[in-house]
Design a binder for this molecule. Structure first.
Ligand code: AMP
Ligand code: MG
Length: 502
């Protein structure tokens, strides 16, 4: 693909479909216009045809060279109006009034097959007005990591931003050493964050907060418009979606790792795949991120941190809620307090599904928690244990038993669980099948992710990446030929630290 850099921006009409720009019609202070900066020698590593089809993109007839140029930032597709969005954020509890897209450029939006508006954004496409000291670029390792994990999360049924393309740039990015550069094309329901609201609230610009709230209601929470108090309804709806999102993370053993308010999307999608990782051996105190010194974003702290972020969101909306500030604060507080029950209910509903239960009983929380306590005590692999539980339901030997050191504790728990199951009249085969559909065989395990990224970034060998991606896109199916993806790390293989890589 040499010579790609010679492609003149806008020289040839390159259409990928009808781009729209609802966010670019917001007031000027919401963003800065910024074209991507071309790269030396782009090459397409992976393109997500299924997602392109879902987005109704017109890419099938587009030559690879043109797609590569577009998703490297070397050529703008017809109708693009590239912008970098402004936002602020609390990072590890400390407020920075201006962050913004320092290396991400929104090309535009498309209306997908389901009629939803989706953002098309290049990440690593060069400096913007918000780059501060950064180079505006991304390294290949983190780009492939985001591609793999965000697509795996989607396959696991978690609301998330998606990955459309990864392109290498042929340029080095300087981190602690030179690394191969890349550009990721990220698709999102929108890129509006809690930090976007904070950006305007911190400036005392409540006209802008109101315009943003109206935009978010129209785009993501149309029902709130009909409510007696639409902004309160917006707050309640965002709280509800985050509660259900974080419950899903905990049901799968996912640790986001950097839940700063600029990394919380108001749409309710998981966004910003930096140091995130999945738990192997179950330990609720797990922290992977190398910069999370105090475990602020540890696995078990995620609900509390989500609620903390939502409180920052609520603060920005308080002046919009009505005429009496004390009343407004009381309403917002009630909405935020609702997070606890919403999260607990969603988490427990998820655990019931994992345990093959369909009817709610009072003792279910205690039943789930006693299993988790036994798993923690014996450092049992979270994903494998739930996958194995459904096997041997017919009274035969329980495969999961081998994972526990304390066999008595497991047998005791299993007896209680079997008695609980017996109070529901579901045939054993059906229960086993429902558990297989709830408990994945494969998740993006850290040690595997590291292996495939090392092959790609050090040897330029993308075969392991493609094989791994294929397996992760079908996480509920057993694949004897690819058994190693389902296995926990061998002793010494565990990856306990992850890096943002920005
Ligand atoms: P993150 O830790 O990825 O959520 O990024 C936090 C902030 O730093 C955001 O405003 C990013 O746009 C910005 N940022 C991260 N990496 C870079 C980079 N290489 N160049 C410019 N800005 C960056
Ligand atoms: Mg971020």
């Amino acid at each position: 693909m040499k010579g790609m850099a010679l492609l003149n921006l806008n020289a040839a009409p390159l259409s990928i479909g009808a781009l729209t720009h609802s966010f670019a019609s917001m007031p000027a202070g919401f963003y800065a216009r910024q074209a991507p900066s071309p790269v030396a020698d782009p090459a397409m590593v992976v393109f997500n045809d299924a997602l392109a089809a879902e987005l109704s993109l017109d890419t099938v007839s587009c030559p690879l060279e043109a797609l590569t140029a577009i998703f490297a930032g070397n050529a703008l597709p017809t109708g693009a109006d590239p912008i970098a969005m402004a936002y602020a954020g609390h990072q590890f509890g400390h407020f920075t009034p201006q962050l913004g897209d320092g290396r991400a450029i929104l090309l535009g939006e498309v209306i997908d097959r389901a009629g939803s508006r989706r953002d098309i954004q290049l990440k690593g496409a060069g400096r913007t007005a918000f780059s501060r000291g950064g180079d505006g670029r991304a390294a290949l390792g983190p780009v492939l990591r985001e591609y793999l994990i965000s697509e795996a999360m989607h396959a696991l049924g978690v609301p998330t931003t998606r990955a459309l393309a990864a392109v290498t740039t042929g340029e080095a990015v300087l981190r602690d050493r030179p690394l191969p550069g890349a550009v990721l094309t990220r698709i999102a329901a929108s890129n509006i964050r809690v930090g976007t609201f904070q950006y305007f609230a911190a400036r005392g610009d409540y006209d802008a907060v109101e315009a943003l709230a109206d935009y978010v209601i129209d785009r993501h929470y149309a029902d709130a418009r009909q409510a007696e108090n639409p902004y309160l309804a917006l707050l309640e709806a965002v709280v509800a979606r985050q509660a259900s999102l974080v419950a899903r993370w905990l049901n799968l053993g996912f640790v986001h790792g950097v839940m700063n308010t600029d990394n919380m999307a108001v749409s309710g999608e998981t966004i910003d795949y930096g140091p995130c990782a999945f738990i192997d051996a179950y330990d609720p105190a797990t922290v992977f991120s190398s910069i999370d010194d105090y475990g602020r974003y540890a696995f078990k702290n995620q609900p509390a941190m989500a609620q903390w972020n939502l409180t920052r969101f609520a603060e920005t909306l308080v002046p919009l809620l009505g005429d009496d500030e004390q009343d407004n604060i009381a309403c917002a507080t009630r909405a935020i307090m609702g997070f606890g029950a919403a999260f607990d209910n969603a988490w427990l509903a998820g655990m019931r599904c994992k345990l093959g239960l369909t009817i709610a009983e009072d003792g279910d929380r205690a039943l789930a928690q006693s299993l988790l306590a036994a798993m923690h005590k014996d450092a049992v692999d979270f994903t494998l244990c739930f996958r194995m539980l459904g096997e041997g339901l017919d009274g035969a030997s329980a495969r999961a038993r081998v994972l526990f050191q304390d066999k008595d504790a497991f047998d005791h728990w299993r007896e209680a669980w079997h008695q609980r199951c017996a109070r529901e009249s579901m045939p054993v085969g059906l229960r086993a099948a429902s558990m297989r559909a709830e408990n994945p065989a494969v998740i993006p395990r850290n040690h595997i992710v590291e292996q495939v990224l090392a092959a790609a970034t050090r040897q330029g060998d993308y075969a392991p990446f493609h094989e791994c991606l294929g397996v992760l896109l079908d996480p509920y199916t057993d694949r004897p030929a690819h058994a190693r993806y389902a296995e926990p790390p061998a002793p010494g293989q565990s990856i306990l630290r992850t890096f943002c890589g920005t």
